[in-house]
Design a protein around this ligand. Sequence first.
Ligand code: SAM
Length: 383
Amino acid sequence: MDTEEVPCFPHIEVLRIGHRPDRDKRITTHVSLVARAFGARGIHIDTRDPVMEDTIDKVKRQFGGDFFIRSGVSMRGIMGHWMGTIVHLTMYGMPLDEAVKNICPREKILVVVGAEKVPREVYDLAHFNVSVGNQPHSEVSALALFLDRMLGGRELDMKMPGGELLIEPNRRGKTVVTNGNNLTGSRDPVSQEWPPVPDPKMCLELLKEVGCSRPVIIHVKAVRDLGIQMLDRSRKLHPERDLDIDPGLLEAGLLLHDIGRSQTHSISHITHGVIIARRLGLDERLIGMIHDHLGAGVTATEATALGLPPEDHIPSTLMEKIVCHADNLVGNRGRRTLKEAVEKLREKGADAGADRMMELHKELEDALGIDIDELVGTSPKDY
Ligand code: SAM
């Protein structure tokens, strides 16, 4: 995966506490190098150490990126005024995977790692005390694993613009080239705040990376074809209509709506989907399409009865409605008409859901000015 395709990097900074310049030179250097290499924006070190700052600045000059290092900071000052989430890595904390599911990637994250004895107040100031296994090991490994989980492995493909040297991967030996042109033209995932919408190729890669099976991928492609067909037919018949639709975003939503099926095929694939999407740092509008794609929508009461968190899952935007309904009309064995989809729901006793689906169908036909059942009968290439 190329840097240009990395959808988003959460904003993560590291705070190294308990640094003793005489004894911890090597390990604090390694903490800083890991922070930089694995996608953090910068590191704060609680003891003044200009030599350490020079070392890391030199790495930055040579290999690029915007990483900052600041030493001699006050631990209380930073933790006490941090506007975001504070994560303290400690063998006594909650398990890493559980924590990562609950840490919001949209908030700025401060990761605190200790040296020898960590004061009690650090545990109290942190929103999450997180353990990377419950055995004692090292701040270097704990930080690397935390960043990797939080960034979903994408940090390994990150390129850092502006360096003097470039490594060319080589199976046998070393290839280092001088970067005469400096990569200033490429996008920097470290400085970029929010991502572009993943293109279709990237969406399919993401689905595979998180573990979606082949049948899920075949299904979402069929949903994508129908949803895009609805939009294209509408644009062809009614070029004058100003639909509130971003085609790239809609296509990404159609492809990613079932990303939670990498974890389960039960109804809670919705909840898993949202967690994965947040972890990947996807656009909120995509998260909406994942969250609200069940049938023609599910109320909070219905969600509770189905074992989901008590929240409404009612599609509200036109794009959410298209994702929902294209999904309704792509069954296990291919496309189906509204009548077939509704009958299926009535057989299950879901009359309210069936009525809502009929309403959604009508609403979309009116908004898009198309005959959706007629479209269902065509092949994707016909539009
Ligand atoms: N005895 C110290 C304490 O009070 O926590 C731990 C010292 S340990 C050598 C240094 C740092 O490594 C810790 O502060 C913590 O950040 C990190 N660390 C070590 N083992 C860890 C684990 N299993 N999970 C998370 N972090 C760990």
